[in-house]
Design a protein around this ligand. Structure first.
Ligand SMILES: [Fe+2]
Length: 161
């Protein structure tokens, strides 16, 4: 399946330089990182959760939102801004730069903005995306497990399907 928007994003200079910057900023971070592995895992898990729950999800939108959802970490680390809002702003620029359609861009931005809000509903794409972001972490192998502020019952200590 062709992912038109997502493949333009991975070739975009602003996107790539943000990933490099995040890598530099997280060099000494002991907690979870926000590199490409995490971004792609979020996309793949979102698709799986949606399939399991019968939620409609356009893979191009899911992959694009997953690639962009943490790019605001740059502003979070350097300026103390919340990364979902800073990221949404940066993503808007990237999406308009690659010629993304308005409707698709709005959907991608919506997912970026909501990715830190737990939904009470399980049957939405937003809920699946939020859960995928959390489930993407392999807490049981994490060296910073003891220092992490995630509640014990939220840590991913088992492999789940
Ligand atoms: Fe994330």
């Amino acid at each position: 399946m062709k992912l038109y928007i997502a493949n333009k994003i991975i070739k975009n200079t602003a996107f790539r330089s943000r990933l490099t910057k995040i890598e530099e900023l997280e060099k000494d971070r002991i907690f979870c990182g926000h590199g490409l592995d995490h971004l792609l895992t979020v996309a793949r898990l979102t698709i799986l959760i949606c399939q399991e729950r019968g939620i409609y999800a356009d893979p191009d939108i899911v992959y694009s939102a997953a690639l962009l959802h943490d790019i605001g970490r740059v502003e979070e680390y350097t300026l103390g801004l919340p990364h979902e809002t800073a990221g949404a702003e940066a993503a808007e620029e990237i999406l308009s730069g690659i010629g993304c359609g308005e409707e698709e861009a709005a959907e991608i931005i919506r997912l970026i903005l909501s990715h830190r809000k737990r939904s009470t509903e399980r049957g939405t794409l937003e809920a699946a995306f939020y859960e995928a972001d959390k489930k993407s972490r392999t807490c049981s192998f994490c060296k910073a497990q003891e220092l992490c502020n995630w509640p014990e019952d939220k840590k991913n200590m088992n492999i789940e399907v």
